[in-house]
Design a protein around this ligand. Sequence first.
Ligand code: SF4
Ligand code: SF4
Length: 101
Amino acid sequence: MSFDCTACGACCASFRVDFHPSDGEAQGGRVPEGLYDELNGAIARMRGTDHAQPRCRALRGTIGQCVSCWIYEDRPEPCREFEAGSEACLRARRRHGLAAG
Ligand code: SF4
Ligand code: SF4
Protein backbone atom coordinates (compact mmCIF):
# COMPACT_ATOMS: atom_id res chain seq x y z
CA MET A 1 0.00 0.00 0.00
CA SER A 2 1.39 3.41 -0.88
CA PHE A 3 0.45 6.61 0.88
CA ASP A 4 0.07 10.17 -0.23
CA CYS A 5 1.60 12.21 2.58
CA THR A 6 0.08 15.43 1.24
CA ALA A 7 -3.34 13.94 1.96
CA CYS A 8 -2.34 12.67 5.40
CA GLY A 9 -0.12 14.50 7.93
CA ALA A 10 -0.92 12.04 10.71
CA CYS A 11 2.71 11.64 11.80
CA CYS A 12 3.06 15.40 12.28
CA ALA A 13 0.18 15.18 14.75
CA SER A 14 1.13 12.03 16.67
CA PHE A 15 4.70 12.10 17.93
CA ARG A 16 7.17 14.28 19.76
CA VAL A 17 9.66 15.69 17.31
CA ASP A 18 13.03 16.18 18.99
CA PHE A 19 16.31 17.12 17.40
CA HIS A 20 19.69 18.48 18.36
CA PRO A 21 19.61 22.21 19.13
CA SER A 22 22.44 22.80 16.67
CA ASP A 23 19.87 22.17 13.90
CA GLY A 24 17.87 25.15 15.14
CA GLU A 25 18.24 28.62 13.69
CA ALA A 26 19.34 30.04 17.03
CA GLN A 27 22.53 27.98 16.73
CA GLY A 28 23.07 28.44 13.02
CA GLY A 29 20.87 25.53 11.90
CA ARG A 30 17.92 25.42 9.53
CA VAL A 31 14.81 24.94 11.67
CA PRO A 32 13.28 28.43 12.01
CA GLU A 33 13.16 30.11 15.40
CA GLY A 34 9.72 30.34 16.92
CA LEU A 35 8.75 26.84 15.82
CA TYR A 36 10.76 24.93 18.41
CA ASP A 37 11.94 25.15 22.00
CA GLU A 38 15.37 24.30 23.30
CA LEU A 39 14.78 22.07 26.31
CA ASN A 40 18.43 21.70 27.26
CA GLY A 41 21.84 21.51 25.66
CA ALA A 42 20.99 18.26 23.88
CA ILE A 43 17.32 18.49 22.93
CA ALA A 44 15.18 20.89 20.93
CA ARG A 45 11.52 20.07 20.29
CA MET A 46 9.08 21.20 17.64
CA ARG A 47 6.35 23.24 19.27
CA GLY A 48 3.02 21.53 19.59
CA THR A 49 4.44 18.03 19.36
CA ASP A 50 4.37 17.34 23.12
CA HIS A 51 0.76 18.33 23.67
CA ALA A 52 -1.79 15.74 24.81
CA GLN A 53 -3.10 15.94 21.26
CA PRO A 54 0.09 16.68 19.38
CA ARG A 55 0.23 18.78 16.27
CA CYS A 56 3.42 20.31 14.99
CA ARG A 57 3.31 24.08 14.71
CA ALA A 58 4.70 23.83 11.18
CA LEU A 59 1.87 21.67 9.87
CA ARG A 60 -0.65 23.42 7.66
CA GLY A 61 -3.97 22.09 6.46
CA THR A 62 -6.43 19.42 7.52
CA ILE A 63 -5.19 15.99 8.52
CA GLY A 64 -6.45 13.26 6.24
CA GLN A 65 -7.38 15.75 3.54
CA CYS A 66 -4.72 18.20 2.44
CA VAL A 67 -1.60 19.15 4.41
CA SER A 68 1.84 20.62 4.03
CA CYS A 69 4.87 21.31 6.16
CA TRP A 70 5.67 24.95 5.67
CA ILE A 71 9.33 24.39 6.60
CA TYR A 72 9.61 21.27 4.46
CA GLU A 73 13.04 22.18 3.05
CA ASP A 74 14.28 23.00 6.54
CA ARG A 75 12.49 20.36 8.59
CA PRO A 76 14.52 18.62 11.31
CA GLU A 77 16.26 15.28 10.98
CA PRO A 78 13.55 13.00 12.45
CA CYS A 79 11.10 14.31 9.86
CA ARG A 80 13.59 13.61 7.08
CA GLU A 81 14.11 10.06 8.31
CA PHE A 82 10.45 9.21 8.87
CA GLU A 83 9.28 6.66 6.32
CA ALA A 84 5.84 6.42 4.80
CA GLY A 85 4.59 2.88 5.26
CA SER A 86 6.71 2.24 8.37
CA GLU A 87 5.20 0.86 11.58
CA ALA A 88 5.20 4.34 13.11
CA CYS A 89 3.49 5.75 10.02
CA LEU A 90 0.76 3.13 10.20
CA ARG A 91 0.33 3.77 13.93
CA ALA A 92 -0.09 7.48 13.30
CA ARG A 93 -2.59 6.88 10.53
CA ARG A 94 -4.66 4.55 12.71
CA ARG A 95 -4.62 7.12 15.49
CA HIS A 96 -6.26 9.55 13.09
CA GLY A 97 -8.70 7.05 11.69
CA LEU A 98 -6.98 6.75 8.31
CA ALA A 99 -6.53 3.55 6.34
CA ALA A 100 -3.37 1.73 7.37
CA GLY A 101 -3.27 -1.25 5.07
S1 SF4 B 1 8.47 19.98 10.90
FE1 SF4 B 1 7.12 19.55 9.18
S2 SF4 B 1 7.46 17.38 8.70
FE2 SF4 B 1 8.25 17.77 10.77
S3 SF4 B 1 6.56 17.26 12.17
FE3 SF4 B 1 6.47 19.45 11.73
S4 SF4 B 1 5.04 19.64 10.01
FE4 SF4 B 1 5.70 17.50 10.12
S1 SF4 C 1 1.72 9.20 8.67
FE1 SF4 C 1 2.72 8.17 6.96
S2 SF4 C 1 1.44 8.58 5.15
FE2 SF4 C 1 0.91 10.06 6.77
S3 SF4 C 1 2.17 11.88 6.32
FE3 SF4 C 1 3.26 10.61 7.81
S4 SF4 C 1 4.61 9.31 6.58
FE4 SF4 C 1 3.04 10.15 5.20
